[in-house]
Write a protein that binds this ligand. Structure first.
Ligand SMILES: Nc1ncnc2c1ncn2[C@@H]1O[C@H](COP(=O)(O)OP(=O)(O)O)[C@@H](O)[C@H]1O
Ligand SMILES: [Mg+2]
Length: 357
């Protein structure tokens, strides 16, 4: 059912469905991406991120639904008429061509004259800071450099939309951090609309304007990074986008009661019944001395030093609650067996109907 679209809408998926044989991988997906924004498809392996991206690119045909770009229906348009740039996890460079010719390839396919193709490739390579390596072969480059060539090759055709499928997954952690910043800067400078597929929540939250959290072929939540982190629509989103503690409880007329009988307050409204209570480990204060919406007594059972953080396992009425604190210089003043008062706010107490996975 077509709905009214936002004036700055660029890409729109309407009732997109995908079946492979008898398997319905994507039942029905609706999505609207604004001009110039970078949107992440975030979700576990197999949830349909790549399938959806390939449908936008025209590499796969949807079984149902339509794709609109700038108000135009492109569902049946062949790949080369779609004006999309793609970057894959496997850089997919031509090994026998040098860097410059790899970047020029898409221009040659579009019959851009040789001189102009060369000039535009040089500009695109400058943009990714690889101008000096234009005559190397891909195998003479590092993984990060190859990924930048793939990016230049996608951007050189000045596509209307940039599609990236786990482009950083083959890079080591430090390079991944650098490339995150570079790709985001390039996307913002060029003002290009981009869809970024990833299973990594840090990439999605740090690079993108909005995040589509996907699960089993459907959208669990579509919102800004802050929205999906602070107000996860489901327990699945809360777990996938950051870490959480999960306690069993019940919502009654008196408020929330945990299995161990503590009374808690939440800012979330739900009908009465069994609930799961989710609280992020770093939102809990370990030694609450002041007022707090929620306060419970516990005993430290484990202390784990993990560099930037110290992770405390605290036993509370037979359940284990994990609390994380930033490391401070010097020894931890707490030891296993110490009594502590945990404190956290009602806003940080997320409740969902019990049993939601
Ligand atoms: N060509 C195909 N034939 C059959 N099943 C497929 C095909 N491509 C993907 N799938 C299935 O579709 C689901 C979604 O896959 P995919 O989109 O690759 O997930 P993601 O990129 O989120 O990891 C998976 O269950 C996968 O096995
Ligand atoms: Mg994939």
């Amino acid at each position: 059912m077509p709905t009214t679209s936002a004036p700055d809408e660029h890409l729109r998926l309407e009732g997109i469905g995908v079946s492979f044989g008898a398997v319905n991988v994507i039942p029905s997906l609706d999505l609207s991406v604004r001009k110039g924004e970078m949107v992440a498809f975030l979700g576990p392996s197999g949830c349909g991120k790549t399938t959806t991206l390939r449908i936008i690119a025209g590499l796969n045909k949807p079984s149902r639904g339509s794709i609109m770009v700038g108000g135009r229906d492109i569902t049946h348009l062949p790949i080369h008429d779609r004006d999309m740039g793609m970057v894959f996890q496997s850089y997919a460079l031509f090994p026998h061509m040098d860097v410059s010719h790899n970047v020029q390839f898409g221009l040659q396919m579009r019959n851009v004259p040789a001189r102009e193709a060369e000039k535009r490739a040089a500009q695109a390579l400058e943009m990714v800071q690889l101008g000096h390596l234009a005559h190397r072969k891909p195998k003479e480059l590092s993984g990060g450099q190859q990924q930048r060539v793939a990016l230049a090759r996608a951007l050189v055709i000045e596509p209307s939309i940039l599609l990236l499928d786990e482009p950083l997954s083959n890079l080591d952690a430090k390079l991944r951090d650098e490339m995150r910043v570079q790709i985001r800067a390039l996307q913002q400078q060029s003002g290009i609309t981009a869809v970024f597929v990833t299973h990594d929540q840090v990439e999605a939250l740090s690079m993108c304007d909005r995040v589509v959290v996907m699960r089993g072929g459907h959208v669990e939540q579509f919102g800004t990074p802050t929205e999906v982190y602070e107000r996860p629509a489901t327990a699945f989103v809360a777990n996938f986008v950051g870490r959480t503690n999960r306690l069993k409880g019940a919502l009654t007329a008196e408020g929330i009661l945990t299995g161990a009988g503590q009374q808690l307050r939440s800012a979330t409204r739900l009908p009465a019944g069994a609930v799961d209570i989710l609280v992020r480990p770093h939102r809990i204060r370990l030694q609450e001395t002041g007022e707090a919406d929620n306060k419970v007594q516990g005993t430290v059972s484990t202390i784990t030093f993990i560099g930037d953080l110290v992770q405390y396992g605290v036993s509370v009425g037979g359940e284990e609650i994990v609390v994380e604190e930033a490391t401070r210089r010097g020894r931890s003043p707490l030891a296993a067996g110490d009594s502590v008062t945990l404190g956290w706010s009602a806003e940080d107490t997320l409740i969902y109907p019990a049993g939601e996975k």
